[in-house]
Structures are given as structure tokens and as C-alpha cells.
Design a protein. Structure first.
Length: 391
């Protein structure tokens, strides 16, 4: 009994010590669990069908720039084929804009901060833009025929003088005609990101549509508006935010609506959009050409182009596994480099295109340009210092 009384303080102290130790362990464990960073949802941007459609889109861009059948003016089958090919390929650049907006939204939904995703993409695009602007200063395609007679230094000097006359527009157009896409994409992403980040997302589609209308008034609809006496835009509206913003915004919205089950992604719906967009483009082109005597060569973006580009992008989303086992799937990683490099190949092969006037050659010419560009860019991409500028 006494022994029990004598040892009770010791036992109490031991029990109290154990309770404090247990509490400390629980507190440490709780603190560890609380301080442990929450992992974001893994983001997997690679969708096989979109990668395959990237290949189709870059071939479509090359087709537009190489001009199959050279837009024959005579009302024969060549003229009809040329017009249909041109209008059918107009989905390409909108598809690239849509893809960029879509994956920007997907990254933010996966846990990446919006501004961080935007700045990461922007820094990458602007650095690529700067390098390729320098490349085309050193390789001025406009003066390519004079290379053998006047030399490289004279050719570069003449091109620099020409660029000085462009003024501030040079920042939006670049030193080669195809480079306009990169700053336009950056601006479109910037407007979309700015409105979303500041809580003004309800104004996104209205802003994008307004810019697109301004773009149309300075582009395909410019001559028509002048003919009927309506106000139009006198500058080149292709560059900058006028067309890119709408497609980037639609890409963002499609991603958002898909997550909310509000966007009807199905193959029939996508095909209907494609068919409707192409038909509307044909009607617009025929109407504008008839009223304002605008040649089809100058027909760029139109109202139907929105439906056409959105339809092609929706078709890629509706069939995500399409092309998964295709051997050419890995070629999609070189799409950016091919886009930036192919004008050089088009210029180099232009004499051959003028020499051969056969339908088979006209159809094969864009594919030849694509394969040559692919081969060169894939070799360049093997160099560690050059890879980041082409992939």
C-alpha cells in the first residue's frame, strides 16, 4: 500500500511525459501533413488527334503559300480547284490559335497559375520570334534572285533599307511574311489572359468579336465596304490582335465549356461546323468577288473561317485517339520549325514550280516542301543549342 503511495508521483510523471510526447508527435505529424504541398492535377497536353491535325494544318499552310494551280484566272477546272483548295486550307492558322487558347486553359485547370502559364508561353514565343527575325535578315528571301549577281552583303543591306520603311509595323509582321503569326499569338494570349485574370471574362467574347470585325473591315471585306461607301480600315489588319484574339478566346472557352459539359463535342457536330463554315466561305468569297471585284488571292479570313476552324478543332477533340498508332505522329513535334522554315524551301523550289505545269506536280509540290522542311528541321533539332528554336 505504502509502496503504491510512494511510487504514485513517479507513475504520474511518466504518464504525463508520455502524453506530452504523444501530443508532440501528433502536432509534428499534423504540421508535416499541413505543410506538405498539394500536388496539381497532372497535365498531359499531348492528344494524338490534335498532334495529327497539327501536321494537316502545317501542310495546309504550305499549300496556301505555294499556291497550287497558281490561281488560274480562266474559268476552267484549274481555277475551280485552286479556289476550293485555298478556301479549304483556311482552317490551318485558326486551328493553331485555337489549340494555344485551349491548352492555356487546360494548364490553369491542372493547377498552374494563369499568369505563370502565360509568361512561360510568351517568353518562349518571343525568343523564337527574335531568332527567326534575325535569320531572315541574314537570309532575305525577297532578294534571293540577286544573290549570285550582287552578293550576300549587298543583298542584306538592301533588305535592311527596305525594313526601315516598315516602321513599327515591323514588330507585328517580322522580317518575313510568315512570322506575323508569333506576335499575333502572343497578343491574343495576352488579351485573353488579361481579361480572365482581372475577372472580366464576361467581356472576352465581345472584345474578340469586335476585334475580328475590325480585322474583316481591313481584310477580306475592306474592298466591299469601300465599294458600298461604308467605313473600312486602311491598315493591314491581319497582324496584331484582330484575328488571333477570337480564336485564342474560343480555344479557352471550349476548354471551359467542355469541363462543364456545355460544349457538344461529337463527330457529326464537328463535320456540320466544317461543312457550314466552308460553304459560308464560298458564298462570302463569291459575293465579295462579284460586288467588289476582289481576286481570290486576297481573300483571307472571313466569317465562315470561324466555323471552319472551330469545326476542325472540334473534330480533333471528338476523336482524341485518332492517329495514336500512326508512324507520322512523331512528326508533329517539328511543326513550329517547319512553319518558320518552309518559306525558304518555297523560294528555293519556286523555279521548279514554274517549270512544271502539270496537275500531278501542283498537288505534289506542297507535300515535297513539307517533307524537305521536315527533314531539315529534324536534323537541326538534333543539335542541343538549336533544338529550342525549332521544336
Amino acid at each position: 500500500m505504502n509502496n503504491g503511495l510512494d511510487h504514485s508521483p513517479t507513475i504520474a510523471r511518466r504518464l504525463q511525459s508520455q502524453r506530452r510526447s504523444s501530443t508532440t508527435q501528433r502536432t509534428t505529424l499534423d504540421h508535416t501533413q499541413i505543410s506538405r504541398p498539394v500536388k496539381a492535377i497532372p497535365f498531359k497536353p499531348r492528344i494524338a488527334s490534335i498532334e495529327i491535325f497539327r501536321i494537316f494544318a502545317i501542310i495546309a499552310v504550305i499549300t496556301l503559300h505555294s499556291g497550287p494551280f497558281d490561281f488560274a484566272n480562266a474559268p476552267d477546272y484549274k481555277h475551280t480547284i485552286a479556289v476550293l483548295i485555298d478556301l479549304s486550307c483556311r482552317f490551318a492558322v485558326p486551328f493553331f490559335f485555337l489549340t494555344s487558347g485551349y491548352f492555356l486553359a487546360e494548364r490553369t485547370r491542372a493547377g498552374q497559375p494563369l499568369m505563370r502559364a502565360f509568361w512561360h508561353t510568351t517568353q518562349r514565343l518571343l525568343s523564337v520570334y527574335a531568332i527567326w527575325c534575325l535569320f531572315y535578315i541574314l537570309v532575305p528571301l525577297q532578294y534571293w534572285p540577286q544573290f549570285s549577281s550582287e552578293g550576300w552583303l549587298t543583298m542584306v543591306g538592301q533588305y535592311l533599307q527596305l525594313l526601315q520603311s516598315h516602321g513599327l509595323n515591323l514588330l507585328l509582321s517580322g522580317t518575313q511574311q510568315a512570322l506575323w503569326f508569333l506576335p499575333a499569338l502572343v497578343i491574343g494570349l495576352g488579351i485573353t489572359t488579361g481579361l480572365i485574370a482581372t475577372g472580366k471574362h464576361r467581356y472576352l467574347i465581345y472584345t474578340a468579336v469586335a476585334l475580328y470585325c475590325i480585322g474583316l473591315s481591313g481584310g477580306s471585306y475592306g474592298a466591299l465596304l469601300e465599294t458600298i461607301g461604308a467605313p473600312s480600315v486602311s491598315f493591314s489588319s491581319r497582324n496584331g490582335p484582330f484575328f488571333s484574339t477570337l480564336y485564342v478566346a474560343l480555344g479557352w472557352l471550349i476548354s471551359t465549356w467542355r469541363s462543364q459539359h456545355r460544349w457538344p463535342i461529337s463527330t457529326p457536330w464537328a463535320i456540320a461546323l466544317i461543312a457550314g463554315g466552308l460553304l459560308l466561305q464560298i458564298i462570302e468569297a463569291k459575293g465579295i468577288a462579284a460586288v467588289a471585284a476582289v481576286p481570290f488571292q486576297s481573300f483571307d479570313y472571313a466569317i465562315g473561317t470561324v466555323a471552319l476552324g472551330t469545326g476542325v478543332f472540334s473534330l480533333a477533340l471528338a476523336q482524341p485517339n485518332w492517329g495514336t498508332n500512326w508512324p507520322i505522329l512523331r512528326w508533329s513535334r517539328y511543326t513550329l520549325g517547319i512553319y518558320l522554315f518552309h518559306p525558304l524551301v518555297v523560294t528555293a523550289l519556286a523555279p521548279m514550280s514554274q517549270r512544271y505545269n502539270h496537275p500531278l506536280w501542283e498537288v505534289s509540290f506542297p507535300l515535297i516542301i513539307y517533307l524537305l522542311s521536315l527533314g531539315i528541321i529534324s536534323v537541326v533539332a538534333r543539335h542541343p543549342l538549336l533544338r529550342r528554336w525549332v521544336v
